[in-house]
Design a protein around this ligand. Structure first.
Ligand SMILES: C[S@@+](CC[C@H](N)C(=O)[O-])C[C@H]1O[C@@H](n2cnc3c(N)ncnc32)[C@H](O)[C@@H]1O
Length: 443
C-alpha cells in the first residue's frame, strides 16, 4: 500500500509538470492506497488543486527562492502541507510532522528544515499573511492563472468576479432521470427514503440535484439504468435539438455518451436513426458502458472516427446534428480544478481551429432544412459565439436561430450559461438551421 500523502504528492507533482490530469492520474493511485484512505486522497488532491494559485502565491512569498523543476515533488509536498493547515481539521502539529516526514520519504532530507520553517511561519502568521497577500497579489486573491483572470475581465466585465468565485466552489452532483423508467419526483422520493437529500432541478425538467455528492453505487436504481450523472446545463441539448420521429440524427464528439444516452432515452422507440461518432479510442468503452447500463445499445450506431473528416460516414445526410465540441472546459473548472493549471491561453487558438474544422465538415452532412446545435462547456467567447458568428458569415446557407429559453445570457450568436451556485455548469449553446435551395429555414 502507498502512503496517502505520498500518493497525493506524486499526483500533484505530475500535474505541476503537466504530465497527466486528475482524471487520468487518480484512478491508479486510488487502487494503491488503503480503502479507508481513498476519500482523503481525493480530498487532498482536489482541494490542493482547487486552491493551487492561492497556495502557490503563499509558498512563493514564504520561500527565499522557488523550487526547481527537479524538485516538483517538494513543491507539491509543501502545497499539500499548506492546504491541510488552512482547510482540513487535522491538528496542526500532525500536519507539520507528516509533511516533514514526507520530504524524508521523497529522499530530500536536505529540505526538511525548510519545509518545517515555512509551515511553522505560516502557522504563526496566517492571519497577517492572508491580509497582506489578499491586497498585494491577484493570484492569491482570485486563485486563477493570470491569463484567465485577464481574459475573463476583458470578455465579461459584468460577470468575471462571480465566475471566478463560482469556479472555486464545489459543484453539486446532478442526476438525469431516465424518463423511460421513472419520473424525477419518483427518483427524488427513492433517494429521500435512502437518506439522500435531493431537490428537483430548475433548468432541466429531468434533473435531480443531490445535497451532498455520493458514490453512484449508493444511488437507488443507478445500476438498473434509472438515472445517470449529468449536469443540468448539459441536459438542455436534447430539448434544443428537438428531434422529430423518424429523423436521422448525429451526435458528433460523443464520449462518454452522456448526451447520446439522453437522446436515446427520448427517441429510442420512435423509428429515429441515431448515430454517434468519437475520435478517441480510449474513450469509446465509456460510451458502450453507458449504453449497456441504460439498455440502449441496440438503438444506435457508434463510429470511431474524426468529426472533421468523412471516412466513417455512409453519405446519407442528417436531419439533426449535435456538435458537443472539444473545448477548454473553462465552464467546468469547479468539477475539474486542474484545468486552471493545465490549460494555457495558446490552447484556445488550436481549439478554435479544431472547432471550425468540425463544424465545416459536419455542415456538409446536414440536410437542407436541417438543424445543428453547437455546444461547449466553455465560457470563452473565442470557442463559442465567435466561432458561430464566423461560421455564419462564411456560410450564407447558415441561419442562426435564437434559443427559445428563459435562462442564460442571450448573445448575438447563441446563449452563454455561467456556473451557478448549487446549480448548473458553465455552458454554451447555439442553434443553426441550414437554408434549403429556396432560402427557407425550418421554423
Ligand atoms: C465535450 S466531450 C463530449 C461529451 C459528450 N458529448 C457527452 O455528453 O458525454 C468532447 C469529445 O470530443 C471528442 N473529440 C475530440 N476531437 C474530435 C474529433 N475530431 N472528432 C470526434 N470526436 C472528437 C473528445 O475525445 C471528447 O470525447
Amino acid at each position: 500500500m502507498t502512503d496517502v500523502r505520498l500518493a497525493a504528492t506524486q499526483i500533484l507533482s505530475s500535474l505541476l509538470q503537466h504530465q497527466g490530469s486528475l482524471s487520468s492520474l487518480l484512478p491508479n493511485y486510488l487502487k494503491q492506497v488503503s480503502a479507508r484512505d481513498t476519500g482523503l486522497l481525493q480530498q487532498l488532491v482536489y482541494g490542493t488543486t482547487r486552491e493551487y494559485f492561492r497556495l502557490d502565491a503563499l509558498a512563493q512569498h514564504l520561500l527565499k527562492k522557488p523550487f526547481q523543476v527537479k524538485d516538483s515533488d517538494l513543491h507539491a509536498c509543501l502545497l499539500l502541507g499548506l492546504y491541510q493547515l488552512r482547510e482540513l481539521r487535522i491538528p496542526e502539529h500532525a500536519v507539520i510532522h507528516e509533511t516533514v516526514e514526507l520530504a524524508k520519504r521523497l529522499n530530500k532530507e536536505w529540505a526538511t528544515g525548510l519545509i518545517n520553517a515555512v509551515l511553522r511561519r505560516y502557522q504563526r502568521e496566517a492571519v497577517e499573511l492572508d491580509q497582506q497577500l489578499s491586497q498585494q497579489s491577484d493570484l492569491y486573491h482570485w486563485n486563477h492563472p493570470e491569463w484567465m483572470i485577464t481574459k475573463l475581465q476583458h470578455n465579461w466585465p459584468d460577470h468575471w468576479q462571480q465566475i471566478l468565485i463560482q469556479n472555486d466552489i464545489r459543484a453539486p452532483m446532478t442526476l438525469r432521470v431516465n424518463k423511460r423508467l421513472l419520473t424525477p419526483e419518483t427518483l427524488q422520493n427513492k433517494l429521500v427514503e435512502e437518506g439522500i437529500d435531493a431537490q428537483l432541478g430548475q433548468l432541466s425538467s429531468q434533473a435531480v440535484i443531490l445535497e451532498e455528492p455520493v458514490d453512484v453505487l449508493d444511488i437507488p436504481g443507478f445500476d438498473l439504468g434509472e438515472c445517470s450523472v449529468q449536469d443540468e446545463a448539459a441536459q438542455l441539448s436534447v430539448q434544443l435539438l428537438d428531434v422529430q420521429p423518424g429523423e436521422r440524427v448525429l451526435d458528433a464528439c460523443a464520449a462518454p455518451g452522456g448526451k447520446l444516452c439522453h437522446l436515446l432515452e427520448h427517441h429510442a422507440d420512435s423509428a429515429t436513426q441515431i448515430d454517434a461518432v468519437e475520435l478517441n479510442p480510449k474513450r469509446m468503452p465509456r460510451i458502450y458502458e453507458n449504453l449497456e447500463r441504460l439498455h440502449l445499445a441496440e438503438y444506435c450506431r457508434v463510429f470511431e472516427g474524426d468529426a472533421s473528416a468523412h471516412d466513417w460516414w455512409d453519405g446519407v445526410t442528417y436531419d439533426r446534428i449535435l456538435v458537443d465540441a472539444p473545448c477548454s472546459g473553462s465552464g467546468v473548472i469547479r468539477r475539474n480544478p486542474d484545468i486552471k493549471l493545465l490549460r494555457q491561453n495558446e490552447d484556445l487558438l488550436k481549439l478554435a481551429s479544431l472547432q471550425m474544422a468540425i463544424l465545416e465538415n459536419l455542415w456538409q452532412m446536414l440536410k437542407p432544412g436541417g438543424t445543428l446545435v453547437y455546444a461547449t462547456c466553455s465560457i470563452f467567447p473565442q470557442e463559442n459565439e465567435r466561432i458561430v458568428e464566423r461560421f455564419c458569415k462564411q456560410h450564407l446557407d447558415a441561419h442562426h436561430q435564437p434559443l427559445n429559453i428563459s435562462a442564460g445570457l442571450t448573445r448575438p450568436f447563441g446563449t452563454q450559461f455561467f456556473p451557478q451556485l448549487n446549480s448548473h455548469d458553465g455552458f454554451f449553446y447555439a442553434k443553426l438551421t441550414k437554408l434549403d435551395a429556396n432560402g427557407i429555414s425550418e421554423a
